[in-house]
Design a protein around this ligand. Structure first.
Ligand code: AKB
Length: 319
């Protein structure tokens, strides 16, 4: 029986991944680890919660030992826009935190999932159908930590035999926990503002194409990869994955199919626009498709329909 620790379990992906893992393996089998002392009611009531900071390796080791953890989903990380505002903190959390987790995994023979990102690429990367193996020279601190993280995970696999696996996530769109300071957050905010005000001011320019993914597919990617037969994996850290590709105009159009009066204005934020411009337009995820059967379930219209329906109800309940 699997025993799983999720770090960053109160974050955007962590909060939903923890619940999905609990449904799959049983509530008590999945330990939610977070720095916040106040996890959501759903997280608190469905299984164990431990206050654990990945910068405190003895705290991570303590939880792994106490619960007999064999798999760690290490989601605690600083996102791109926040990392540009405090690069030293981003380096500390994204690199030193990861190394702590890998060392604990090595000692306790745990498998580890570590998300990388489209941010692991830079302006010299081929921007269209970006190959699995290509130039990775990002210009942001977030990207630098993601490339170093991918290499560190491969190193722990080849040198110490730690079963490390990861995907390069695009922007993740969800109606649960809000994202914590990324460049792709506009694609979440836009739904909230469309319902609340019928308009949105976008901080990325029209024509900024980025890959995106709806949360259920992001969760499916993580769990499928971790359950994949290791003999089939040529790559490990980290697989290109994608599901959707759009710019703000296309996203606004899909919202207008449900809310015809929705309007969008632009006020470009230089920092986030520069970050987005340095990222690929669209990844080639054929290695993930071939090696472990990656296939997303949601297209843009299916996601928009569900986002608007779920958020309308949620926001109405909050009024
Ligand atoms: C961010 O925008 O920082 C993240 C990412 C694409 O890695 N959502």
């Amino acid at each position: 029986m699997k025993r799983v620790l999720v770090t960053g379990a109160t974050g955007q992906i962590g909060s939903e991944l923890t619940m999905a893992l609990r449904t799959r393996y049983g509530g008590d089998q999945v330990i939610a680890g977070g720095r916040k002392t106040k996890p959501s009611e759903a997280l608190r009531n469905s299984g164990p919660f431990e206050a654990v900071d990945c910068l405190d390796s003895s705290a991570v080791a303590g939880v792994v030992r106490r619960y007999g953890v064999d798999t760690i989903y290490h989601l605690a990380a600083i996102l791109s826009a926040v990392a540009e505002a405090d690069p030293a903190h981003a380096w500390n959390v994204n690199i030193n935190g990861l190394r702590n987790v890998l060392d604990v995994a090595r000692e306790h023979r745990c498998a580890v999932f570590v998300p990388s990102s489209i941010g692991a690429f830079g302006a010299s990367t081929p921007p269209n159908d970006t190959p699995q193996d290509t130039i990775q020279r990002p210009s942001t601190m977030y990207g630098i930590t993601k490339v170093a993280g991918e290499l560190l995970c491969d190193y722990y696999f080849t040198r110490f035999g730690v079963d490390t696996r990861g995907v390069r996530y695009p922007g993740i769109i969800s109606h649960g926990t809000l994202p914590g300071g990324g460049t792709t957050d506009y694609a979440v905010e836009i739904y909230y503002e469309a319902i609340r005000r019928g308009r949105y001011t976008c901080y990325l320019a029209a024509g900024t194409f980025l890959d995106m993914m709806y949360m259920p597919d992001a969760i499916k990617a993580a769990i499928s990869l971790m359950e994949a037969d290791p003999g089939l994996l040529v790559h490990r850290n980290a697989f290109n994955v994608t599901a959707l590709n759009f710019d703000p105009e296309i996203l606004a159009r899909s919202i207008r199919a449900h809310i015809p009066e929705f309007t969008m204005a632009y006020q470009v934020d230089d920092v986030r626009q520069r970050i987005a411009d340095s990222w690929p337009n669209h990844l080639d995820d054929s290695a993930a498709c071939e090696q472990w059967g990656w296939k997303p379930d949601y297209d843009l219209d299916a996601m928009t329909g569900e986002m608007l329906a779920v958020l309308s109800e949620k926001l109405q309940q909050q009024e």
